[in-house]
Design a protein around this ligand. Structure first.
Ligand code: SF4
Length: 96
């Protein structure tokens, strides 16, 4: 007798891969000032790995952003300009 198939819980990476991005050519998040930025925290806590180092400079890639707001909380408006993408652009969550 065969076992009934079991649904296995999905990993976060698998869930995120289901989403779709309509990336705007205009960035919605921008580093304005490097000094005082919590570089390590931004690299570790952005769930999509949007922050990386190039030498001693922090870089930000907005294309895979899931708009969670973590980097907004970790910085000041003088350090990082943070806006939602234009209406209809950015991440489109898929829940199924
Ligand atoms: S809003 Fe979230 S996903 Fe987007 S760059 Fe900031 S921390 Fe990363």
């Amino acid at each position: 007798m065969s076992q009934p198939s079991r649904l296995r819980p999905l990993k976060l990476e698998e869930l995120l891969r289901r989403n779709v991005w309509d990336v705007d050519e205009e960035r919605h998040i921008e580093i304005l000032r490097q000094d005082g930025l919590p570089q390590k925290a931004l690299q570790l806590l952005c769930p999509m790995g949007c922050y990386s180092m190039a030498g001693d400079k922090l870089l930000m890639s907005y294309e895979g952003c899931v708009e969670c707001g973590t980097c907004r909380v970790l910085s000041t408006p003088q350090q990082i300009r943070w806006e939602f993408p234009k209406s209809g652009r950015g991440i489109q969550y898929r829940y199924t």
